[in-house]
Design a protein around this ligand. Structure first.
Ligand SMILES: Nc1nc2c(c(=O)[nH]1)N[C@H]1C(S)=C(S)[C@@H](COP(=O)(O)OP(=O)(O)OC[C@H]3O[C@@H](n4cnc5c(N)ncnc54)[C@H](O)[C@@H]3O)O[C@H]1N2
Ligand code: MOO
Length: 413
């Protein structure tokens, strides 16, 4: 019989169920605003973008060479060169039978021409051009609207604007774009033991590493952060900080104090000043994660253990912020890999172990643990390039088994 996870308890909420419940309790809160394209990076589209024009707006050449009628090349006769079409300076005449026009990449295809021959396949002398080889009608021509057609929906509302999206918006000639305002997120750490990097540590104290890591992830997500620093393990101070932050933010993210210790006040204060959506999930790391609201402000109580804080941010806070921001977030792309070493696992909680996945000599993907799986050992998190998704009820992973994972390299963390 499989050994039950020592730290799980009956009644812990399964991950998928809790996540869906949480997202169901959240609405879009970020209002729409028009911003210049230069300020639109990382913002979320508030409405669909419909193309105001054809891209490209005119048929043009994909090569430097000669524009001509494909049928005129069947006989092998030389063609009469009648002009030049440069990018930005179209040839204004017409290509008739037996004629051609010198053309550069991006230049408009002259009227009458239907194809382009690259100059490497042509010889030109005294305004007579000889073509070698066969010419297919339409070759090396970029047709009008080949990329996007006027009236076409280019992006749906909810798209996050990255550098690629930004370039497409610019190709449509848009000067401004209708986006959601950035979310306002308050961040704080709780714990008497916490000091800021640079401070001297007294016995029993540690550096606050969660807040700077969480702030970095939030920055990459384009939110406006208010940093409330470190709050001592004093219910009254925590209460005041929660109420102050909740009054002017869309979301409040805390770390620490959500478990059941004598100095764990976060969840108790949340119950007092707001309402709890849920607390305690069947996940590892991150079991005591708390979700709720203080008035209209969404509340995310991350566990203090650094790995638990980072992983629950990714699994739960990231999709929640997407909902608040009106962003359509695709589920993480998961891959299958072969375990090259055993992974310890007890039934009871879904386990997001930190791994390093690499391409093997035979082309397959192999994964090993990225180091200690303790939720207090963050250095392994920094080594990891993937999170394994190990099902709640399964036991250990043997070498050679296929496991599911998601890549974390290149994300906001
Ligand atoms: N009797 C039980 N004890 C614990 C349980 C349980 O179910 N029953 N759950 C364990 C699990 S799982 C976790 S995760 C932790 C979470 O505890 P808290 O959220 O209450 O966090 P703290 O006790 O405040 O801190 C835990 C750990 O993390 C360090 N920490 C806290 N904040 C920071 C920070 N900002 N930067 C770096 N490190 C931080 C803190 O010093 C502690 O070592 O509870 C277990 N206990
Ligand atoms: O198992 Mo706790 O959930 O993150 O250390």
């Amino acid at each position: 019989m499989a050994i039950q996870d020592c730290c799980s308890q009956p009644g812990l909420r399964p991950f998928d169920d809790a996540r869906a419940d949480m997202l169901g309790q959240l609405d879009v809160v970020a209002a729409a605003e028009l911003v210049p394209l230069e300020q639109a990076l990382n913002r979320v589209l508030a409405e669909a973008v419909i193309s105001p024009l054809d891209v490209p707006a005119f048929a043009n050449s994909a090569m430097d060479g000669y524009a001509l009628r494909a049928e005129d090349t069947m006989t092998g006769e030389k063609l009469e060169l009648i002009g030049t079409s440069l990018a930005g300076h179209p040839f204004t005449g017409r290509v008739d039978a037996g004629q051609c026009v010198r053309i550069m990449t991006g230049a408009a295809l002259p009227l009458g021409a239907d194809s382009v021959v690259m100059q490497e396949n042509c010889t030109s002398e005294h305004n007579r051009v000889a073509i070698t080889g066969k010419v297919e009608p339409g070759q090396h021509v970029r047709q009008a609207a080949e990329d996007l057609a006027q009236g076409e929906t280019v992006f749906q509302a909810g798209m996050r604007i990255n550098a690629r999206v930004l370039s497409v918006l610019a190709s449509l000639g848009l000067e401004q774009v209708n986006v959601r305002r950035p979310l306002r997120v308050a961040l704080l750490s709780t714990g008497d033991e916490l000091r800021s990097p640079g401070d001297l540590l007294a016995p029993g104290e540690i550096y606050d590493s969660n807040r700077i890591g969480l702030a970095a992830m939030l920055t990459r997500l384009g939110v406006e952060i208010t940093d409330y620093g470190i709050i001592a393990d004093d219910p009254e101070l925590i209460r005041k900080a929660f109420l102050k932050a909740a009054a002017s933010h869309d979301a409040l993210i805390t770390s620490g104090g959500v478990s059941v210790g004598d100095a764990d006040h976060t969840k108790v204060v949340l119950e007092d000043v707001g309402r709890i959506g849920f607390w305690k999930l069947a996940i590892k790391p991150g079991k005591p994660f708390a979700f709720g609201h203080i008035d209209r402000c969404a509340f995310f109580g991350l566990p203090g253990n650094p790995v638990s804080a980072a992983v629950t941010f990714h699994l739960l806070v990231r999709p929640a912020l997407a909902t608040l921001a009106g962003e359509r977030l695709a589920p993480p792309l998961t891959l299958q890999a072969t375990a090259l070493m055993p992974f310890k696992k007890s039934p009871g909680r879904m386990d997001f172990q930190r791994g390093r996945v690499e391409r093997q000599a035979d082309g397959s993907l192999g994964v090993v643990p990225a180091g200690s799986q303790s939720s207090a050992v963050f250095s392994a998190m920094a080594e990891a390039n993937c999170l394994l998704h190990l099902e709640q009820d399964r036991g250990p992973v043997e070498t050679g088994e296929t496991v599911t994972l998601e890549l974390i390299d290149g994300l906001y963390w």
